[in-house]
Design a protein. Structure first.
Length: 100
C-alpha cells in the first residue's frame, strides 16, 4: 500500500511518460493484464489510456487493471491510468520512506 507522499512522488515521475497500452471497446482481458504485468516488471511505472469507445466505467477499468496486474493504482486522471509495481529484478525507482 502506497502512502500519499509516495503517490505524489510517483505521479511526478509519471508526468512525462506516454501511455503504452490502450483499453478500448473490448475492455480489460487476461492477455492485456499479462502484458501489463510484464511491462511493469521492466518499467515499474506505466500509463494506460482508456479510449472513448470503452464501454466500461473508467473507475472499474482502472481497478481491474490494477488488480489483474497485481499493481498499485497511483492515479486516474481523465482517461489515463497510472500503475506502479516494484520490479523484482530491475528496480529503478526508489520511493520516499513512509513516515509515521
Amino acid at each position: 500500500m502506497l502512502t500519499g507522499k509516495q503517490k505524489r512522488f510517483l505521479r511526478a515521475e509519471a508526468h512525462h511518460l506516454t501511455p503504452i497500452f490502450q483499453v478500448g471497446k473490448g475492455g480489460v482481458n487476461d492477455e492485456m493484464t499479462k502484458q501489463i504485468r510484464e511491462a511493469l516488471e521492466v518499467r515499474e511505472l506505466i500509463k494506460v489510456r482508456i479510449l472513448d469507445n470503452c464501454e466500461e466505467d473508467k473507475h472499474e477499468v482502472a481497478e481491474a487493471l490494477a488488480k489483474g496486474a497485481h499493481a498499485e493504482l497511483v492515479q486516474l486522471i481523465g482517461l489515463t491510468v497510472v500503475l506502479y509495481k516494484e520490479s523484482r529484478n530491475q528496480k529503478k525507482i526508489v520511493l520516499p520512506k513512509a513516515t509515521k
